[in-house]
Write a protein that binds this ligand. Sequence first.
Ligand SMILES: [Zn+2]
Length: 267
Amino acid sequence: MPEGHVTHRNVRLQTAALGLGQAISATSPQGRFRDGAALLDGRSLESLDAHGKHLFYRWEGDLRLHVHLGLIGKFQIHLGPAPTPTPATRLVLESNSASVFLAGPMVCDVITPDEEQAIRRDLGPDPISMPRRGHQFVERLARKRVPIGAALLDQSVIAGVGNVYRAELLFLAGMHPAMPANDVTADEAMTLWKLAVTELRRGVELGDILTVKPHDIGVRSRVGLTREEGVYAYQREDLPCHRCGAPIRLNSDGARKIWHCPSCQPG
Ligand SMILES: [Zn+2]
């Protein structure tokens, strides 16, 4: 599932590509968003913003477009002339300079400003756009009676963390995923928050999740690392830990898999 770094990177790339303050054409080749696209078509795009995994486009006339990519949603940005969209393309936004194609989103709806506020109210702080809201994360985490591994996926605790980042943040913090969230001290929680700010912000810059510290794997930079080299825990079961060499373990936490190093993250 695309995590918060993907939505924020799309805000940056789509704002630059489409340009703000000019009329945008909106169509739905797939047809499922025909009515929504007709509402937006020809209006000027005023701004784009992300909160965790949610994207909000603000249009002339106080309309909002709400997009959540879900598990399989994808954007494509085309600068200059665009290819013909596939029939599965839910939405095409087109300006004079670029086109944005959206396929497979979990949510693609036209909503009101009040509805946007209601969605945001239910979300926890976003480490990418609200780095100073760590105190909110600490407070919300302390109220959760679930393992820390589950709490980090709860979007009302911290917005934008998914399965890759939660495994990596827990590794970096040296915390076992099964530790009860309400046993995490305020200092430990703030450490997790600061790690989230650093790691997710780097994800926006790189367009990928590369959490490994280069010296841990004997290289000088993260450039060119594969996913397996570039993370400590996620999907590395049975492979040696980049730090200590112990085999990484796979556990499941309800429906989602989680990986950890038994030596760097003792129970
Ligand atoms: Zn280890």
